[in-house]
Design a protein around this ligand. Structure first.
Ligand code: OSB
Ligand code: MG
Length: 369
């Protein structure tokens, strides 16, 4: 893969509405689009997924930029690449910073697939032609608003509803929701807001027939989650605690998690995501693809990954219009009746919308390889 240059486009976009979780409220989204260009003029794209504030993981938009420019681009200058699977071991010498690594590796995967004339999904070994998707709904001001958001999402066809919870806004609300929607696949995501001291409350959640409870406990924990899982019939799904295949192996061994949420950025890229997928498949653990409020490029990568066979459960990759008035790709991602068609054209299968890119861009820098 004859890399020639990398262009970093910094974008600033605004979500249609604020998204509230147990850790905070987000509406402005800043991120980088990483464009890799080869000596034949082919282009591959990746998207950084860290937030401006380090409240989901310790990475930020600025740390992503610094690591890419100061550390990752120099590594690429020193090594010739023949396959994108070679990127992860090169970057592995640096600790952490998985979202920075994933954005660059993702752009190289897209470029590789385009050079081969195959879709990114095919390059990854994905066989599905369409993926089922759900929606993640942030904490709402009132139960009434929440109920109407759920109704609207079900009308749009989303296959499962994920609700954000936090202490004080949990059991009673979920009970009310369950009364309104007795048969809907519902799950709850706590983003690490609880501890084992809350065991009696967490046991009350266990009676609500939830598909799973996502990351109830501390953001690096796999020990207490195992203790909790032992006392619950509802499956626990780890999100924040999973940064690598190593973490997944330990979590499954301990019994901390019966389902795994794979986020490409959190685990350091598509190659590691694929390995986690393969390991979970062998272990009989279903996986699904998590989301980071991505714009179109990040969404396209999630869709390609979700084409792998063991992405059995609907993920969080909703259509572009879920968050954006206007996305930076065309066509935009469409989720019809909760189904997204996996693109078959080369690479990620979506074009950059150059007008939108320019409109949202606040900075552009080029680096020669
Ligand atoms: O925990 O999955 C999460 C959004 C921001 C940070 C963390 C999470 C989320 C979501 C939304 O749940 C996923 C999406 O729709 O992109
Ligand atoms: Mg989560």
């Amino acid at each position: 893969i004859p890399l020639k240059k990398i262009i970093m486009h910094k974008l600033r976009m605004r979500l249609k509405e604020p998204f509230a979780t147990s850790f905070g409220v987000m509406q402005e989204k800043e991120f980088y689009i990483i464009e890799v260009v080869d000596s034949d003029g082919n282009k591959g794209y990746g998207e950084t997924v860290a937030f401006s504030v380090p409240w989901y993981t310790e990475e930020t938009v600025k740390s992503n930029r610094d690591i890419i420019v100061d550390c990752l681009i120099p590594i690429l200058r020193e090594h010739e690449l023949y396959h994108p699977d070679e990127v992860f071991p090169l970057f592995e010498k640096l600790r952490g910073n998985n979202m920075a690594k994933a954005a660059v590796e993702g752009a190289i995967w897209d470029l590789y697939a385009k050079r081969k004339g195959i879709s990114l999904a095919t390059a990854l070994g994905g066989e599905k032609t369409e993926i089922g998707v759900g929606i993640s709904i942030g904490i709402q001001r009132t139960v009434g608003e929440l109920i109407s958001k759920i109704e609207q999402s079900l009308e749009e066809g989303y296959k499962r509803i994920k609700l954000k919870i936090k202490p004080g806004l949990d059991v009673e609300i979920l009970r009310e929701v369950r009364r309104h929607f007795p048969d809907t696949p519902i799950m709850a995501d706590a983003n690490s807001a609880y501890s084992l001291k809350d065991i009696s409350l967490l046991k009350e959640l266990d009676d609500l027939d939830l598909m799973m409870i996502e990351q109830p406990l501390q953001h690096y924990d796999i020990i207490d989650h195992a203790k909790l899982q032992n006392q619950l019939k509802t499956p626990i799904c780890l999100d924040e605690s999973i940064h690598s295949l190593y973490d997944v192996e330990k979590a499954i061994e301990l019994g901390s998690s019966k389902v795994i949420n794979i986020k490409i950025g959190r685990v350091g890229g598509l190659s590691e995501s694929k390995r986690i997928h393969n390991y979970c498949k062998k272990q009989g653990i279903p996986v699904w693809c998590g989301g980071m409020l991505e714009a179109g490029i990040g969404r396209a990568h999630n869709i390609a990954l979700s084409a792998l066979a063991n992405f059995i459960l609907p993920g969080d990759t909703s259509g572009s219009s879920r968050y954006w008035e206007e996305d930076i790709i065309h066509p935009e991602v469409i989720a019809e009746k909760g189904i997204i068609k996996v693109p078959t054209s080369p690479g990620i299968g979506y074009e950059i919308n150059e007008d939108a890119l320019r409109k949202f861009r606040v900075e552009r820098q080029e680096y020669q390889i």
